[in-house]
Design a protein. Structure first.
Length: 152
């Protein structure tokens, strides 16, 4: 199975699972684990691109594109896990502001997904400078949401 076929299958499976996911969470901690797991996978693949952008790993166009494809797929998954009753007061966890400012939170999620789509497009140009620019914008969108909706 090629990387594209595998990613397409992953995307279809993820979409099928994530759409009814909110209804499937039997306990609040299941929703938290779901969203944290999706973010963990996304962050790992984003970090692989970051290593290339920062010169800590050699640039490889195919690897950058493959990782950007995973990030794009994963960027659509965690948000169904932000269900009522899953806020925390712990440092680094989801703050209650998510639910009091849900429209803003959802707009931030959409912004991040849009920036990730641009990162994927940049990766497909096989130009490291394009990837660097797009990578920075994705980082800004992630930071903005974490600053506003993650307990500091």
């Amino acid at each position: 199975m090629t990387n594209r076929s595998l990613l397409a299958a992953l995307a279809v499976a993820a979409a099928a699972v994530s759409m009814p996911a909110a209804a499937q969470f039997q306990k609040p901690e299941d929703a938290v684990k779901y969203r944290q797991s999706a973010m963990f996978v996304m962050a790992n693949h984003f970090g692989r691109i970051g290593a290339m952008v920062q010169g800590r790993a050699p640039y490889d166009a195919a690897t950058a594109t493959a990782n950007a494809e995973v990030v794009a797929t994963m960027s659509r998954l965690p948000f169904v896990g932000f269900v009522e009753g899953t806020a925390s007061t712990e440092k680094g966890k989801a703050s209650a502001a998510i639910w009091t400012k849900r429209a803003d939170f959802d707009a931030g999620a959409k912004k991040m997904q849009d920036e990730v789509a641009k990162l994927l497009a940049a990766a497909k140009t096989n130009n490291l400078d394009n990837i660097k620019a797009a990578f920075g914008e994705v980082g800004k969108s992630c930071k903005g949401c974490h600053d506003d909706y993650r307990n500091q």
